[in-house]
Design a protein around this ligand. Sequence first.
Ligand code: FES
Ligand code: FES
Length: 158
Amino acid sequence: MMMKKNIHLEINGEIKDLTVDVNRTLLEVLREDLNLTGTKKGCNQGECGACTVLLDGKPVSSCSLLAVKADGKSIFTVEGLAPEGQLHPIQQTFNEKGAIQCGFCTPGMILVTKQLLDSNPSPDEQEIKEAISGNICRCTGYVQIIDAIKALSDVTKK
Ligand code: FES
Ligand code: FES
């Protein structure tokens, strides 16, 4: 029988006490136990960035992190950006700039964008490219995504 462990996570500002199998990933717990399906499962191998969440403010691949390793930590998922169902400015701008096509990479892209702009409100193009370098988009060719982040950076400067 799989060993279980009690953990507590702060997810989008709410404390959750959970009992999880020690071999389950944070991605599985978010999607299957907490129904936070905004976080996507792509490669499940730490390569594509679709499963990105912010762990204590830093982007991590939740498919590659055991849920028990996140015990006591703060997790921010894409659902945290729009708690009232009102789009966050990052989501709005991605939408307006055509930075969303199939949408599979979008939650991860948006969270790395949030982390970038939180730490550097006026990134240059190189810094933007570096910030999204761990996130694969099969649809947009990245141009619209970079444009959206530049537009957000301009807004922040005003
Ligand atoms: S699903 Fe986690 S990095 Fe691809
Ligand atoms: S919009 Fe389809 S993978 Fe990025």
